[in-house]
Design a protein around this ligand. Structure first.
Ligand SMILES: N[C@@H](CCC(=O)N[C@@H](CS)C(=O)NCC(=O)O)C(=O)O
Length: 258
């Protein structure tokens, strides 16, 4: 009997969207375990027993637990039948990994930091007095604890915020330029590069339309539309968002999760 495949994930944004899109594109049956980040479920003992870092996504395959969205996606592609999500040549795979590395090291952090700066004070304001501090104390990763505390008190500097905005502007230019050569980011065809970049660009185009729009990035907008109509990506995007403790959700997509 095949090993059971389970995915712990949040709503279809950022790293969770990245893995949900890949698993649906592969067409692999899996057991879904939604984790409600808006209620800080990722820091509760039942989830810390699965990932002591207190982060989603996490893939559990039989006896193996795999973390890190980019690693999970390669693992899924390597382990299961279904349409290949990695290019067939070493050069193609190298190009794909340049994109996934760029997403993990620059594109996603820039959007996450901006989203925290924008949304965290509202989220904290909606919690009962002292609750945020109690929840903060339970975050296992020191670096994340410090960044969230900084965001909650509006502590990021204008220079930092402008730097992240510039990263997003540069990312948009980079994607737009790559798409001049074809329909997908790597010439060989649709791959994990498209999935990784989409997991962030999808939120960027809706939450920061002044940075990514039809006028500035027409090829990117057409590629986003192509991505959204892929059955696997569409299935990932249809995963429901759990309820938030914030009475009136922010107008922009909640990428506070990152
Ligand atoms: N490098 C990790 C980052 C995982 C990560 O930051 N996950 C976010 C959701 S996108 C999370 O769990 N945030 C909640 C928290 O850190 O408390 C990956 O790519 O999987």
């Amino acid at each position: 009997m095949a090993d059971r495949l389970e995915l712990y994930h949040a709503e279809p944004l950022s790293n969770s969207l990245k893995v949900l899109a890949a698993i649906h594109e592969k067409g692999v049956p899996f057991v879904s375990h939604p984790i409600n980040l808006r209620r800080f479920e990722q820091h509760e003992p039942h989830f810390l027993a699965i990932n002591p870092a207190g982060q989603v996504p996490v893939l559990v395959h039989g006896e193996c637990t795999i973390v890190e969205s980019t690693v999970i996606n390669e693992y899924l592609d390597e382990s299961f039948d279904g349409p290949p999500l990695r290019p067939g040549t070493p050069y193609g795979r190298a190009q794909m990994r340049v994109w996934t590395k760029f997403v993990d090291e620059s594109f996603r952090p820039a959007l996450s930091f901006l989203a925290w700066a924008r949304q965290m004070p509202t989220l904290v304001g909606a919690l009962p007095e002292g609750e945020f501090e109690r929840r903060l104390a339970r975050i296992p990763l020191r670096e994340k604890r410090d960044k969230w505390a900084m965001a909650a008190r509006g502590g990021f500097t204008p220079r930092e915020i402008e730097g992240w905005r510039q990263n997003l502007i540069e990312a948009t230019g980079r994607i737009e330029q790559a798409l001049a050569a074809g329909d997908w980011l790597v010439k060989d065809g649709f791959s994990l590069a498209d999935i990784a970049v989409f997991s962030i660009a999808n939120s960027l185009s809706s939450g920061y339309a002044e940075i990514m729009n039809e006028e500035i990035a027409p090829r990117t907008m057409a590629w986003l539309a192509r991505m959204r109509t892929r059955p696997g990506v569409a299935a990932a995007l249809a995963v429901p968002t759990p309820p938030s403790p914030v009475e009136k959700p922010p107008a922009t997509p909640s990428d506070v999760s990152g």
